[in-house]
Ligand binder design. Structure first.
Ligand code: ATP
Ligand code: ZN
Length: 212
């Protein structure tokens, strides 16, 4: 029998809400700490636990049929996959931040400056849209410390409350993308998999309605 393979984050900010969503859809999935994959006992679903950054690629390559990942990652990776449904959790924004004392007066402030980020594609697009040329420094984590150690004058990073920025002497000055977790699918799903996806979507939409 065909099973739909879903990629969800192995651990991190989206893991628990993703598991909770499946559970509220009435799908029994045992928790996957230190597990690569698991199968639902009462729905044709196989769950792969992955790094969130890898999910778009796995879905494009049909290693997973669908996945749950932040829009920020979907648009940064720019793979040939389809966003099926917004899920209402993992809300954050990708924002430009500068030092607390700086007089940011718009994107032109960034001209000729160094911007540290894990989202080079989205930052590049933002800069181009505003006709600004700046030096993008791609780093893989702890972006918020970059100005303090002299690596960059500005950063572009995910923000929810802003407290991490504040603690590092920074202030948010320009949101460039609003993001939440979304369900994505492979572009070439066969009819059997599409049917399972529609059953799952029907349940997800019911859960979303019940939450509102
Ligand atoms: P992984 O080990 O899977 O690569 P990660 O460290 O890249 O994990 P997390 O910090 O767990 O990722 O964030 C996963 C996703 O959660 C983000 O891509 C984003 O969509 C969402 N998110 C929601 N709020 C925040 C926030 N305040 N900071 C960072 N990410 C957030
Ligand atoms: Zn990640």
């Amino acid at each position: 029998m065909t099973k739909l393979r879903i990629g969800i984050q192995k651990s991190g900010r989206l893991h628990e809400d993703s598991m909770k969503l499946l559970k509220e859809c009435g799908i029994d999935v045992s928790n996957g700490v230190n597990k690569l994959k698991t199968e639902a006992s009462n729905f044709p679903l196989e769950v792969f636990f992955l790094r969130d950054d890898d999910i778009p690629q796995y879905v494009e390559d049909a290693v997973a049929d669908i996945g749950i990942v932040g829009e920020n990652v979907v648009y940064e990776k720019n793979k040939r996959i389809t966003v099926v449904e917004k899920l209402g959790f993992g809300k954050c924004r990708l924002s430009v931040a500068v030092r607390k004392g700086d007089d940011y007066d718009g994107p032109a402030f960034l001209e000729g400056k160094r911007i540290a980020t894990t989202y080079p594609v989205l930052v590049d697009r933002f800069l181009k849209e505003h006709g600004v040329s700046a030096d993008i420094h791609e780093i893989s984590g702890s972006v918020e410390i970059a100005p303090g150690i002299g690596l960059a004058e500005a950063i572009c990073d995910l923000v929810s409350s802003g407290s991490t920025l504040f603690m590092n002497g920074l202030k948010e000055v320009h949101p460039i993308l609003q993001s939440q977790a979304v369900l994505v699918r492979n572009n070439g799903l066969d009819q059997d998999r599409m049917d399972i996806l529609h059953k799952l979507l029907f349940r997800i939409q019911a859960v979303k309605k019940a939450r509102n």
